[in-house]
Design a protein around this ligand. Sequence first.
Ligand SMILES: Nc1nc2c(ncn2[C@@H]2O[C@H](COP(=O)(O)OP(=O)(O)OP(=O)(O)O)[C@@H](O)[C@H]2O)c(=O)[nH]1
Length: 429
Amino acid sequence: MSGTEATRSFDTSSSGLVSGSPEKGSSDSTPIYSPKPKIAGNGYHFSGSNSSIDQSMNSITPPAHASPTLLALNPMPRSDLTMLLGAEGQVPPSILTPAFTPPTTPSTPLIGPVASKIPPKLMQELPKVNCVVRARIPTTTGTEIFLHLYQNNIDNKEHLAIVFGNKIRSKSLDAPREGETELDRMIRGAYTGRLFPGRTSSRVDDSPMPSRVPSRAASSTALPKMASTAKLATLESSTRTVPLVRIHSECYTGEIAWSARCDCGEQLDEAARLMSLDPAGGVVVYLRQEGRGIGLGEKLKAYNLQDLGNDTVQANLMLRHPADARSYGLATAILMDLESVNVRLLTNNPDKIAAVEGPGKEVKVVERVPMIPLAWQNLKGGVTGKEVGDYLRTKVCVSSLRWGKRRETDGWEQVTQMGHLLDLPTDGN
Ligand SMILES: Nc1nc2c(ncn2[C@@H]2O[C@H](COP(=O)(O)OP(=O)(O)OP(=O)(O)O)[C@@H](O)[C@H]2O)c(=O)[nH]1
């Protein structure tokens, strides 16, 4: 489409019709075209009732995602370092020349030669978020989802909420915006029910078709094989109204490049599957904090260090990054915007539970639903192989070093180096 044509679609014409569209204009007095589409600096529309957000959004500061400023303030005690880094208490020798030393974790100050696993610092104040657009995505499994794209006032990344079911709505998306038309609202996804050719009102869904969002919950034939505990969780929850929530940090390698170094892709798929089966619906908050917040480039260096014999935590430390540079304030703010303040959180990571609840317990995790690797449950479809085994084992087993104790009964210490709440399978899978 040429620039002229694109402009014409939104042109103000006396006919009240959208040029090139066969549909008649709305019978409402409000025209369905936008007289003057507003484009904010980064291409998003920020106008209307969220004016305080507008202002802060338009003066975006560099990313302030990560929380490791606290690392500088809270140097790790030597005893902890000894436990974390090895029996000899040796800091892993840096194999990087000074010239190769990476600058720093994105948006964080230089933190010295090593960093520790310290629970994430809660932000004093939650970030402001604004859902700028939402769209229906029919998926390959038959489930329909609504993808919500968020902007915020602390970084310029596009964080997402993948919403299952039609009960969960975004306050900021639904809020009216100054000067917008019904067509504007529908284009940015602020409509109820379903869109269909010729629809003129964002608020009244006068579709001849039922507007229910298809989900697999209704069809027992669509129920695939599932983990026993997950099945239990899903069935138990079927009477509840609290949505299932997964806070998922971006993992390009695990989700796009078919990596079997981690179980991120499997976890995302499993979360989606459970949510599609759950009558209460669900939300995957997809945060753009790749590689536990250090970014893809640094994660790839960490992979090379892993191939040189280090585990995932050691590799981060050798690159002078914290073991985990993520934060979850954006997730809290997004859940609040989606009016999902009571959640059932799919995670093994207790740091996430505390962090997602927010500084003032704005969100309440009423239940933790564990994510057990499929392979550990002898189920097909999970990520298998030596690398993912090492990755999961690091999360689980190295706890004995970090916490200085190992459970003497069957299995391993419950809390792991990465703080995870997983039990290693006793058959050594
Ligand atoms: N630095 C680093 N990051 C990794 C490595 N492997 C995976 N990751 C990242 O780890 C993150 C995994 O995050 P989540 O899926 O939220 O999982 P989690 O924090 O382990 O906790 P759960 O909720 O229990 O799954 C993703 O951002 C991955 O890119 C690695 O070897 N090094």
